[in-house]
Design a protein around this ligand. Sequence first.
Ligand SMILES: Cc1ncc(COP(=O)(O)O)c(C=O)c1O
Length: 398
Amino acid sequence: MNTQKKVAFFKTDIGTQEEHAVMEVLRSGWLTTGQQTADFENAFKTYTGARNAVAVNSCTAALHLALESLDLTSDDEVITSPFTFSASASEIIHAGARLKFADINPHTGNIDPACLEQTISPRTKAVIPVHYAGLPCDMNEIMNLSFEYDLKIIEDAAHALESSFNSQKIGSIGDFTCFSFYATKNITTGEGGMLTCDNDALAEKIRILSLHGMSKDAWKRYHPTLNSGAKNYYQILFRGFKYNMSDIQAALGIVQLSRVDEFWEKRRVRAQLYRTLLQDIPEIELFDDDIRSKHAYHLMPVKLRTDMLTITRDQCIELLRQNGVGCSIHFIALHLHPYFQDTFGLIPSDFPNATNVSERVITLPLYPILPEEDVVYVVETIKRILCANLRKLLIPVT
Ligand SMILES: Cc1ncc(COP(=O)(O)O)c(C=O)c1O
């Protein structure tokens, strides 16, 4: 029997409350967008302080809709970080605009406002800052740039549900904010997302775009007390999409959102434990915190000092796996992927900070039901691996 300890990279915390909520929807006779979705949107507005919230079926959809609502043309540029998931960039392409990257601050993983400003041109219409791992970008600098250059700010808050910057909740700062409820996110609906937006007219347009561009959604058309007989037909107002959230997902979301602080506190404790245990290991570099911010602690990424080791980052991940520890990489920077290189002619030296961090980053397990003793095991395992693979320092002979 293999008695080796196993630490999964991620496990979801779904309880009986979630089970009951989903069962109620299954028995209700109405499964798609309806009252549950409206209730989830309202709870989300209360939580984030946002003026409008539109529930959708992914953060990717939310990013796409925010961009689509701006009616961008092929002359318009949108800037994002290269150190992110592909959706932050691919939705710019899907919306028909020109993709531009600006390099990151290697200490935070977030877009560097100085690099951002250098990348802004007269064609730039919007910026997608990504709050990496749950640490908010410098929203003072980014909002100042948006006023100076008349740019729309679409925050990618896939990691940053609980985050705030200068006590202002993420979701209530930029023009649009996009959240993810993917299976491994801070709260989950299996797949799902939310778009918050300050502007009522754009929020309404986004709601229409999210369901085929139709003037009335199915719930309003078929609901026995909401529809109005023969007049309940719809019109297509825009070239729309099929991005709506179902009531099954929303029922999960309502319960998960009611547990968001419980989840956050558990991840915070585990992230702090990691930081305490890892801080004295010279071959590990931690990402910076920011005293102006509340960190969402979505991920626990660390940077390996590969110059001090005889193994690569990928070999280190493989050794961790062989010792029962599941790890991941957030992210392989987008300009290192074949598609972005081939399509835009990008090379690693274009964004040196993102390249450097991307080649050294390892994401450690972090989730509410991760036992604290497993955090200790992960760190002890890292120490053993690093100790066995240290580069011998060459001491010059004098
Ligand atoms: C930074 C970032 N943006 C966007 C997304 C896309 O989220 P979704 O899977 O909900 O579309 C992810 C997903 O991992 C992400 O990490």
